[in-house]
Design a binder for this molecule. Structure first.
Ligand code: ZN
Length: 148
């Protein structure tokens, strides 16, 4: 489960805390935040290690302000998220925009919905770079991070 918060709704600008479940890496029971590294080899691995950049399907909540934001079809679920993972580090998550169509483009993997990317979309690249500059560890000191 990826814990996010507060995140701002792109539609109504309400901020909320969000928990997004995703199925990539050794995701079993662990709680993650942006900037955390996935671990493989737990016996519950989903997806496949070794990709530089992937986006994977997340299941989260809708915005408490507007019940959305609704991405254009074929995404009908306001609780669908995109989770970006670069070199096994969770770098970004957002409500699905419709840009990534897992039905159509996902890797043929029965256990995980993910798409291998060459690069981030332009606007996400900017947000990832900005976050890296300001707070590479998501505000937590290295001593607070579990070492594995
Ligand atoms: Zn909203």
């Amino acid at each position: 489960m990826l814990q996010l918060g507060p995140v701002e709704c792109p539609k109504c600008h309400t901020t909320s805390e969000q928990g997004v479940q995703f199925y990539f890496g050794g995701c079993h029971l662990d709680e993650f935040r942006i900037g955390d590294r996935l671990r493989w080899g737990s016996g519950y691995d989903r997806g496949k290690p070794g990709h530089r950049l992937v986006v994977t399907l997340g299941l989260g909540g809708d915005c408490p302000g507007c019940g959305g934001p609704y991405a254009p079809p074929p995404i009908c679920d306001p609780g669908q998220w995109d989770v970006f993972i670069e070199d096994d580090v969770i770098t970004h998550a957002q409500w699905a925009t419709g840009e990534f169509d897992y039905q159509r483009d996902a890797e043929p993997d029965p256990d995980a919905e993910f798409i291998v990317l060459d690069d981030y979309p332009e606007d996400i690249r900017r947000q990832v770079d900005a976050r890296r500059k300001s707070s590479p560890l998501d505000g937590r000191r290295p001593s607070e991070r579990p070492e594995k």
